[in-house]
Design a protein around this ligand. Structure first.
Ligand code: GLN
Length: 287
C-alpha cells in the first residue's frame, strides 16, 4: 500500500466516524518522523510494514476516543515538545497566552531584579514552569503537584528540555510553606471546571480529573490559594492564574474578598474569552 492510499483510506474512515480527518496525517507525520512538505514528496512510496502496524494501532486508539496527544506521547507548548501521558493535562494553547503575559509582566514590574523567585502550583506536565524557566534566565522556578505521576512527567520534561526547575510533591501551597519558599511571582493553572459541568467526552474520559474539576463553582482551588497566598509571597508580588471563560463575576467577588483594595485585572484570550487573572500585590497603586 502506498502512503497516499493509507492516508486516503484513513481519512475516509475518520470522516465516516465523524472524527477529525487531519489526524491521519498528524499521526503519520509523527510515526514517520516527517514534516508536511516531506509527506507530499513521499505519497507514492510503499508504506513500511512496521510503520503500517504502528499507524493502525494509533488509529485504533484514536477511534476508541483517546486524544491524539496521548497517542503521540507529546504536545507542543511555547515551541517546545513536552512529553504527555494520561497522568497530566494536555497543555492548551490558552495557557501559552498565560506564559506570554507573565513574560510581559516580568518586563513591566521586575526588570530591576537580578533574580526572581517564581512558583507554579499544580504544574502537571511542567509546561508553564519549564517554559518560563527557559525563556527568562533571571527566574528561579519551583513547581509543585499533588500527583507523583504528574511530577515524574514534569521532571522528565525538565531534563529533556534542559530546564532548571525544583519540583516538590504536595497539596497546594503546603510544599512551599514546608520549604519556607516566598515568591515574587505566584503562578497557577488550577483545576477550574465546575464539578457538574458537561464537558467534551474526549477530555472527560481521558484527562486526569484531579487536573480538571474545581468544586461546585470551579473556584475551590483559587479560594484555597487566595486564603493562604500571603504565607508564600513576598511583600511585593505578582499572582497569575488561568481561569474559566465564564468565571469573571465569581472571580471578582473572590479576589475582592481576599485581597481588598489590591489592583487586579482579568485578561481575555485570543478568542475574546476571559482567561487570565493577574493580581498586582503591592506592585502598583492603581490599575
Ligand atoms: N482549559 C481546560 C479545559 O477546558 C481546563 C484546565 C483547567 O481546569 N485548569 O479542558
Amino acid at each position: 500500500m502506498t502512503v497516499r492510499e493509507l492516508i486516503r483510506q484513513s481519512e475516509a474512515l475518520l470522516d465516516d466516524k465523524d472524527k477529525d480527518c487531519n489526524v491521519a496525517k498528524v499521526l503519520f507525520y509523527h510515526l514517520a518522523d516527517k514534516e508536511p512538505h516531506q509527506l507530499y514528496l513521499m505519497m507514492d512510496e510503499e508504506v513500511d510494514e512496521q510503520l503500517y502496524q504502528d499507524f493502525q494501532a494509533g488509529m485504533k486508539r484514536y477511534l476508541a476516543g483517546e486524544p491524539i496527544q496521548y497517542i503521540k506521547g507529546k504536545e507542543t507548548f511555547f515551541s517546545r515538545d513536552f512529553i504527555v501521558n494520561e497522568n497530566v493535562l494536555i497543555p492548551r494553547y490558552e495557557t501559552e497566552e498565560l506564559v506570554e503575559n507573565i513574560l510581559y509582566k516580568i518586563d513591566d514590574y521586575f526588570s530591576d531584579y537580578d533574580s526572581i523567585e517564581l512558583c507554579d502550583v499544580g504544574t502537571g506536565s511542567g509546561a508553564i514552569a519549564i517554559s518560563l524557566a527557559l525563556e527568562e534566565e533571571k527566574l528561579h522556578v519551583t513547581a509543585t503537584d499533588i500527583s507523583h505521576e504528574a511530577l515524574e512527567v514534569a521532571q522528565l520534561n525538565a531534563r529533556e528540555l534542559g530546564a532548571n526547575v525544583e519540583f516538590y510533591q504536595g497539596d497546594m501551597l503546603q510544599p512551599l510553606i514546608d520549604h519556607h519558599i516566598k515568591v515574587d511571582i505566584f503562578v497557577s493553572n488550577p483545576p477550574y471546571i465546575p464539578s457538574g459541568q458537561d464537558i467534551e467526552s474526549v477530555v472527560k474520559d481521558n484527562e486526569p480529573h484531579v487536573a480538571l474539576f474545581g468544586g461546585n463553582d470551579g473556584l475551590y482551588f483559587y479560594r484555597q490559594i487566595f486564603e493562604c497566598a500571603k504565607e508564600v509571597i513576598q511583600d511585593r508580588a505578582l499572582l497569575a492564574f488561568e481561569m474559566g471563560f465564564d468565571q469573571r463575576a465569581l472571580m471578582e467577588e473572590a479576589v475582592e474578598y481576599y485581597f481588598p483594595g489590591i489592583p487586579y485585572e482579568i485578561i481575555k484570550d485570543i478568542n475574546g474569552k476571559d482567561r487570565m487573572l493577574f493580581i498586582y500585590y503591592h506592585l502598583k497603586d492603581k490599575l
